[in-house]
Design a protein around this ligand. Sequence first.
Ligand code: SF4
Length: 334
Amino acid sequence: MSSRGNLKANLQLFVTRRCQLRCVYCPILKGDGVMPLATALKGADLLLGHGSPSLRLDFGGGEPLLNFDVVREVSDYALRRAARLGKRLGFYMVTNAILVDDEVLEWARSRRALLEFSMDGAPADHNRFKAAYDRGLDPYAATRAGVERARRAGVPHFVIMVASPANVNRLAENFEHLLDIGVRSVDLSYAIGASWSEEDEAAFLDQVERVLARHARALESGEIRLGNASQRVEPTVLNSELMVDPDGSLHQMSEWMFETTPASAPAPFPVGTLDTVKDINALRWSRFHAYYTLLKMYEGNEKVRAAILNNISFGLRVGKFFRGAAGRLGKVPA
Ligand code: SF4
């Protein structure tokens, strides 16, 4: 993100803090907070005031499909307003895919939404790191069914696969599993908040090298897409976005990167609420803001501060690695 301002021209609505899962690495506090439609409409209005002619409304949480009625209504409203304003508007949703059905896919197809599915690979690793909260749920089976439905329906999507230090040695294997079930577009991520040792880092890069070596031709031709080699920006922990909580308060994503660990200080750059912030173009933040926010909020917690610094240095090296890989694969790095 530019230090001159919010050039990304997107806004993420946290339409709920509920989720059927409790992923081991998820930094987000769960709760019963569900965004009312009126709040979502105000969020859309704020985004539509952005100076860019091309905007994107994002849906996240929690699991956004647990509040799909609001997603559908706000997207229809925002599209009508965008058309009147002569702006292009796209949609993006981060989802565990458990509730992806024909209705959701029809919404995604007709609104040209891009779906980001979180899936960590083969059943054992997926269910270990993406544990069920809802009783009787098999997270792997439920997510796989949703991902396969999207693939059969031809709805644009990709999978984000998260590796943790405890399973990094199976990254290439888990990647193969995603290919086996038909996935062709993947972003490889690493657990934020975990501490990545030199050995873990070496294992991560070694596993990615195996993926690149095995699939070089398909990656070059575009038959398989690896988001890290084109658009993923590192270090992830400093990649802040503008978010709206279900209660209408506005935040930088960096405030929530370690949310499940209580912060020792409030966020140093409070953004405001949908009632107090009237002009999205007046908001300014940068990676430095994200860095300062994280260190300030956790100044009393050495363990979290160490994890932040670890994730920054690891992310910088991962970014450098993928810029090199992008050159080898003939891709344009971010
Ligand atoms: S599915 Fe997403 S929101 Fe739910 S626990 Fe996992 S990472 Fe967090």
